[in-house]
Design a binder for this molecule. Structure first.
Ligand code: GTP
Length: 334
């Protein structure tokens, strides 16, 4: 890494949290708060479909998408390359936001900023863990990843506070504080967090210094897998909602996240489909700008297999034949 100590260090904000907790939502809020500064984003996504890159608001100077696996497992490679690039850049960034995958071990990623050469250029200001108020308690019990993320952070944001009662929110706050007494715990709706929290200096996280913790948590091997479903056919909206809602109801503790862009029948809208916990949402993202749209859905969870996903989606598929495609082209005039 190039020595440029004389220049202002780049502030680093590490955003972690389980799948679907609201990391991208928080990131967009922070980018808006610091608009006007030179903000660089490193986005690390789990799953082959790059959805998140297109969901990040455009108020950044540069975006690096790392899709070669989870950065906590391949730290010395892609991430280090991007950091070297930023360190050498003539126009030094003010802020670097790193959004990890929903399963990343944030402690591993944070550790890289302690290396002597890296800490000369980068100042890790905050490790922010986003917790989904609706699901975090379940995931704390079920997944090793969630507890690691909570423990590694110095700011825990209990997001989606609109989805739980005030009494339960307070219970969650106690739960988070007992899991990590060194972190500040705040509530948030739609990823809104007070800007001044960004300027506070990170306190040394005593939990990460505890050598026994590694033994307690065990080796961090992600058991979580992804299955990507891709089709040129269209979806029947009602059947799709039905089959996915029933599936999530039954397999909620196995399917952590579904996301992707799809095409519904009789519509040219590009629909973003997402699930977190048992909740399924469909939202319009403009129109498809191609005559041959391909719907892609990534399923993230435990023990997922392609044939099972195909079986779940089959009733919702409308086969698009050559005639339909020709008619579509005639309508769009191409
Ligand atoms: N009701 C509610 N929904 C929210 C809130 N914050 C985020 N969401 C929704 O939660 C879903 C997931 O949000 P993201 O920001 O994409 O979550 P993420 O952690 O980046 O997801 P991954 O990158 O897949 O792990 C989206 O549908 C958001 O619109 C909130 O405060 N309340």
């Amino acid at each position: 890494m190039v020595n440029m100590e004389a220049e202002q260090k780049i502030n680093v904000y590490l955003i972690t949290g389980f799948l679907g907790a609201g990391k991208t939502t928080v990131l967009n809020h922070l980018l808006k708060s610091l608009e006007g500064e030179r903000n660089v984003v490193i986005e690390n996504e789990f799953g082959k479909v790059s959805v998140d890159g297109s969901l990040i608001s455009k108020s950044y100077s540069d975006l690096y998408e790392l899709n070669n696996g989870c950065i906590c497992c391949s730290l010395d490679e892609e991430l280090y390359d991007v950091l070297s690039l930023l360190a050498r850049s003539n126009e030094r960034a003010h802020n670097l936001f790193i959004e990890t995958t929903g399963v990343a071990d944030a402690g591993n990623v944070a550790a890289i900023f302690k290396r002597e050469d890296v800490s000369k250029v980068f100042n890790l200001r905050r490790v922010i863990c986003i917790a989904d108020a609706e699901t975090v308690e379940d995931y704390l019990g079920e997944t090793n990843e969630t507890i690691r993320q909570v423990i590694a952070s110095d700011l825990i944001v209990i997001n989606k506070i609109d989805l739980v009662t005030p009494e339960y929110a307070l219970k969650l706050k106690d739960l988070m504080s007992s899991a990590n007494p060194f972190a500040e715990v705040i509530f948030s709706k739609d990823g809104t967090i007070p800007e001044q929290l960004l300027y506070e200096t990170r306190k040394e996280n005593q939990l990460l210094l505890n050598e026994n913790l590694g033994a307690f948590l065990g080796a961090n091997k992600h058991k979580i897998v992804t299955v990507t479903y891709r089709t040129e056919n269209e979806f029947y909206k009602d059947y799709l909602l039905h089959t996915l809602n029933v599936t999530l109801m039954i397999h909620y503790s196995q399917i952590y996240r579904i996301k992707g862009f799809i095409k519904l029948e009789k519509s040219n809208e590009k629909i973003l489909l997402q699930s977190t916990g048992k909740r399924l949402t469909l939202e319009s993202h403009g129109n498809w700008e191609t005559d041959d749209p391909v719907s892609e859905l990534v399923f993230i969870g435990i023990g997922l297999q392609t044939p099972a996903i195909q079986r779940i989606l089959r009733p919702a598929i409308k086969i698009v034949n050559a005639k339909t495609k020709a008619a579509r082209k005639a309508v769009t005039g191409n």
